[in-house]
Design a protein around this ligand. Structure first.
Ligand code: HEC
Ligand code: HEC
Ligand code: HEC
Ligand code: HEC
Length: 518
């Protein structure tokens, strides 16, 4: 009789002890520091960064530093240059280029022009001049969606047009933005009334809701990375079969690793092509006739399970370190650039036992190894396209399984190039997640090698001798290519791969920046 009583009493005691412990911990837990709260005189829908600047002149001054920074680091920096050009000096090219970018994106606007990023204040200027947007035509050939990550006017555009905005003509908004005042700005990350951090990006909000996360409930530390995840992520433009046409969506439904995003892209497309039914496809590579994916800058996804992301070190910790301005005041730097330019402030707050020189060397140690494998992956991808091109041209004595082998070869080209591109487009050259970067590049190389084997088998190995040797001799890098050049037959005849492109009709520029020329 007494035994169970005793047991019950003990359980109660333990329970009580647990509760009080919980209560005690709960009471003394230090709340996370909040973003300082202000009561501003700004309207809730203020967009102008200058207007914010009048109330926060020190932050505005720091923000304007994004304009004049032309410092480079070993693998990154702030001078825009052609990322495939490792021959010419700045501002045309820079060391550590990937020479095959134009080959790998052939047939897609990225092959016309692809430059290194610079500071946020340049975003509008740069998109107005990039050759990816068709400035030779009344139709931009890219939707208004592109404005999503360039301008602080976006919340206003979206309020006016809703989900119809995305598929509107890009050119229609060219003159509705102020080049200086409407680049990426304060209102995109801050509530104008109290300066608390907020998410204004429609696709990020929806991607988070899809994972059961409300950003309004995120911690301050999470917000210090989520504000960047509004743009520094992989995304795609929805096909109208699956939602509002050209709406930006983050492919996170199966997870955020490169392979999980690849699996995601097996759906959400209207493709009817055999072997790729239902796949999402950005464009078809004309040389190998492969339905391709183009990766965008996935800094957030790659960072999130790397050594720093997993440990809760946010983007702002390194890219927005505290600086002392005006003699004494401490503010978060709003000059977003390479942290290697500010090791003392960006890194030593945590790695106080290390020397700046040591930390720089550790970063470069990772980057060198990543870059070496990136170049190998890039070349293997080129060889895979070439193998399938040769196999397409091989009309005699094909393997009885030719069609099935070619589908599988193309599937491996698609996956191999995706895995290369994810790390190529990620702007830290591996630093944000060294193990993931090398793992992804290894898998890319395996896929591309497999594509070559399958193409060889499809032709009963007849194309073997044509694939032997240095890839630079078999397929030279395409160094010059643009919308204007594609209007010239001579240009298309200058490289075997360019011969697979259609000749564009002769046309003169319609747009130069914000000036309509005709
Ligand atoms: C890309 C997002 C982003 C943009 C754009 C941005 N900020 Fe911030 N801002 C932040 C982050 C992150 C913090 C740090 C908040 C924290 O630690 O809780 C911050 C902090 C602040 C603070 C709080 C004090 C401090 O220094 O930590 C002020 C004030 C501020 N920003 C003003 C501005 C102004 C003015 C602009 C436009 C000129 C601007 N911000 C643009 C992300 C942004
Ligand atoms: C609204 C979209 C957007 C948001 C939000 C955003 N970025 Fe950017 N970021 C860009 C674009 C676009 C560029 C390239 C601009 C150009 O080259 O014209 C860029 C460039 C950069 C660069 C390169 C600068 C250089 O000197 O080369 C860094 C670093 C950067 N962003 C970090 C961040 C961090 C950290 C955050 C969050 C605090 C953030 N960004 C938030 C869109 C955004
Ligand atoms: C632990 C510090 C750290 C964290 C956290 C971090 N980064 Fe970086 N980031 C770096 C370093 C170091 C580089 C390489 C810079 C170089 O090579 O000059 C870099 C490079 C970049 C670049 C390219 C810079 C350039 O000059 O072109 C961008 C963009 C960027 N990071 C965005 C982000 C975003 C977005 C996040 C959060 C999702 C993030 N970073 C988190 C340290 C960090
Ligand atoms: C907010 C704290 C914080 C900041 C800021 C920070 N780190 Fe770290 N760093 C960490 C933590 C935590 C780890 C994980 C390993 C550990 O527990 O020591 C780490 C690990 C590293 C490693 C080893 C990574 C690996 O691959 O194992 C390097 C290298 C490094 N940091 C460099 C830097 C550099 C360079 C910067 C500035 C650009 C920086 N860190 C900024 C906290 C920080």
């Amino acid at each position: 009789m007494s035994k169970p009583m005793f047991a019950a009493g003990r359980t109660l005691l333990i329970l009580l002890a647990c509760c009080s412990l919980f209560f005690w911990v709960g009471c003394t837990e230090i709340p996370e520091p909040a973003t300082p709260s202000y009561k501003t005189k700004l309207a809730a829908d203020e967009t102008s960064s200058k207007a914010f600047g009048e109330q926060f002149p020190l932050h505005y001054q720091s923000y304007l530093e994004n304009r004049d920074d032309t410092r480079m680091t070993e693998y990154a920096g702030s001078v825009p240059h052609d990322k495939h050009d490792g021959v010419n000096p700045l501002p045309k090219g820079y060391k550590h280029a990937q020479p095959y970018l134009k080959n790998l994106w052939l047939g897609y606007p990225f092959s016309y022009e692809y430059k290194r990023a610079r500071g946020h204040v340049w975003a509008v200027t740069d998109i107005l001049h990039i050759d990816r947007i068709d400035n030779y035509s009344e139709e931009a050939k890219l939707p208004a969606t592109c404005w999503n990550c360039k301008t602080n006017k976006l919340p206003e555009f979206y309020k006016t047009h809703g989900d119809d905005f995305w598929s509107m003509e890009f050119h229609e908004f060219r003159t509705k933005v102020d080049v200086e005042d409407n680049a990426i700005g304060c209102t995109l990350c801050h509530d104008p009334t109290d300066m608390s951090l907020r998410i204004t990006s429609v696709p990020l909000n929806e991607a988070l809701l899809g994972m059961g996360i409300k950003w309004q409930e995120a911690t301050r530390n999470e917000m210090r990375a989520l504000v960047c995840a509004q743009c520094h992520v992989e995304y795609y433009f929805t096909d109208k079969k699956f939602g509002p046409a050209a709406k930006p969506v983050f492919p996170w439904g199966k997870g955020r690793s490169p392979e999980e995003m690849y699996e995601y892209y097996k759906d959400f497309g209207p493709t009817t092509r055999e072997g790729f039914e239902g796949n999402f496809v950005d464009w078809t590579h004309p040389v190998s006739d492969t339905p391709m994916l183009k990766a965008q800058h996935p800094e957030y996804e790659i960072w999130h399970d790397g050594p720093h992301g997993a440990a809760g070190v946010s983007c702002a910790d390194c890219h927005m370190p505290y600086i002392r301005v005006d003699g004494k005041k401490k503010i978060s730097s709003h000059h977003w650039t390479s942290p290697l330019k500010s090791i003392e402030r960006s890194c030593l707050q945590c790695h106080s036992d290390k020397q700046p020189q040591y930390l720089t060397e550790r970063v470069i140690y990772t980057q060198e190894r990543t870059w070496e494998q990136l170049l190998v992956a890039q070349e293997k991808s080129v060889r895979a396209h070439e193998a399938v091109r040769l196999a397409r041209e091989q009309k005699e004595n094909r393997n009885p399984n030719y069609d099935a082998l070619m589908i599988e070869a193309r599937e491996n080209i698609r996956k191999g190039q995706w895995l290369w591109d994810i790390i190529s487009a990620e702007n830290s050259a591996g630093f944000h997640n060294p193990a993931k970067a090398l793992d992804t590049l290894a898998k890319s190389q395996q896929c591309s090698d497999k594509a070559v084997s399958l193409a060889l088998a499809a032709t009963n190995y007849q194309i073997g001798p044509m694939l032997e040797g240095d890839i630079k001799e078999i397929v030279p890098p395409i160094m010059e290519h643009s919308r204007k050049l594609q209007q010239s037959r001579e240009h298309l005849d200058s490289h075997t791969w360019l011969g697979y492109l259609p000749l564009l009709p002769e046309a003169e520029k319609v747009w130069d920046g914000q000036n309509k020329l005709r």
